[in-house]
Design a protein around this ligand. Structure first.
Ligand code: GTP
Ligand code: NA
Ligand code: MG
Length: 299
């Protein structure tokens, strides 16, 4: 019975917004890193996940690209999360991908906190940006009588960033973000690829339980045994805990993004589950073909 008890886990926060509005710079500021400077063309092209500790409390952040090409990644980012931080540059206002990101967050039914960024710029206009939040998104700031938390910040100088982090922890607390800490681990894949040297690689966020090296795992239509786990600094680890971002090596094939990783009792069992899944898939395909043929005959 004890095993079924829900306990709080750190919030997973996805940072979204229009291209170059300062999402990566904000995360750099929070983590004291300099990722944005090293990005090709200054553009984020993949999802990154990082965990930080604020006043002894952990927060997991997911960075997403703002470039219009990456709609799919933004949609997935919003689905894997507990809270969305919508970054809007105060010198640019609400732009097309701000609106798109907002729609993903709304579809995923997660709370939104707005960070109005770049307030250090001489042409920053916080009031006008708030007006646009109301007009273009229907988000009314708390200070105007609405229920949207809006925090003016500068990712460059750090102004307002502590307040934003406090707001994130507050919203996390109000939303009772929980997990099953015991029992078999479950993780959700946010990125996957075939690496020339390492083979299939999956970046995931643990949702329940503790994922361990040696675990037999199933994800989408593939399986494996966890060979290596790496944390968000690419350090090898033995176990990953709820809300922790982790890189998993050991899958036979590349698992689908957004699929769940489940731990099962043995590698044999994992293989059996996947074979059954594939059989079912094949049967579905065949029956569909059959129906189509019948329909065709009637015509
Ligand atoms: P994409 O991931 O490509 O969508 O961009 P992004 O939202 O991650 O923006 P990024 O962090 O790459 O910042 C874009 C540019 O804005 C960079 O030149 C940053 O240095 C600059 N920038 C970000 N935040 C601030 C800020 O608070 N103030 C000022 N003045 N510049 C900022
Ligand atoms: Na950028
Ligand atoms: Mg970026």
């Amino acid at each position: 019975k004890e095993k079924d008890k829900l306990v709080p886990r750190p919030p997973v926060v996805t940072v979204m917004g229009h291209v170059d509005h300062g999402k990566t710079t904000l995360l750099d500021r929070i983590r004291s890193t300099r990722v944005a400077e090293r990005e090709e063309g200054g553009i984020t092209q993949s999802i990154g996940a990082y965990q930080v500790e604020v006043n002894g409390k952990k927060i997991t952040f997911i960075d997403t690209p703002g470039h219009e090409l990456f709609t799919e990644m933004r949609a997935r980012g919003a689905q894997a999360t507990d809270i969305v931080v919508l970054v809007v540059a105060a010198d640019d206002g609400v732009m097309p991908q701000t609106i798109e990101a907002y729609n993903h967050a709304k579809a995923a039914n997660v709370p939104i906190i707005v960070a109005i960024n770049k307030i250090d710029k001489p042409n920053a206009n916080v009031e006008k940006t708030k007006q646009e939040l109301v007009e273009k998104l229907g988000l009314i700031p708390e200070e105007w009588g609405g229920d949207t938390i809006v925090v003016p910040i500068s990712a460059r100088t750090g102004q307002g960033v502590d307040e934003l982090l406090e707001m994130i922890l507050l919203v996390a607390e109000m939303n009772e973000i929980k997990c099953y800490p015991e029992g078999p681990a479950r993780a959700v894949i946010i990125e996957s690829k075939l690496d020339k040297k390492m083979g299939p690689v999956a970046s995931a966020i643990v949702k329940d339980g503790v994922l361990k090296v040696g675990d037999a795992v199933v994800a989408s239509n593939t399986y494996g045994r966890v060979r290596n786990l790496f944390d968000d600094n690419m350090r090898p680890i033995r176990e990953a805990y709820p809300s922790q971002p982790v890189m998993i090596l050991g899958f036979e094939d590349v698992p689908d993004v957004h699929s769940n990783v489940y731990v099962v009792e043995s590698a044999e069992k994992a293989k059996e589950i996947v074979e059954k899944r594939l059989q079912r898939l094949e049967a579905q395909k065949q029956s569909r073909k059959h129906i189509n043929l019948e329909e065709l005959m009637k015509m």
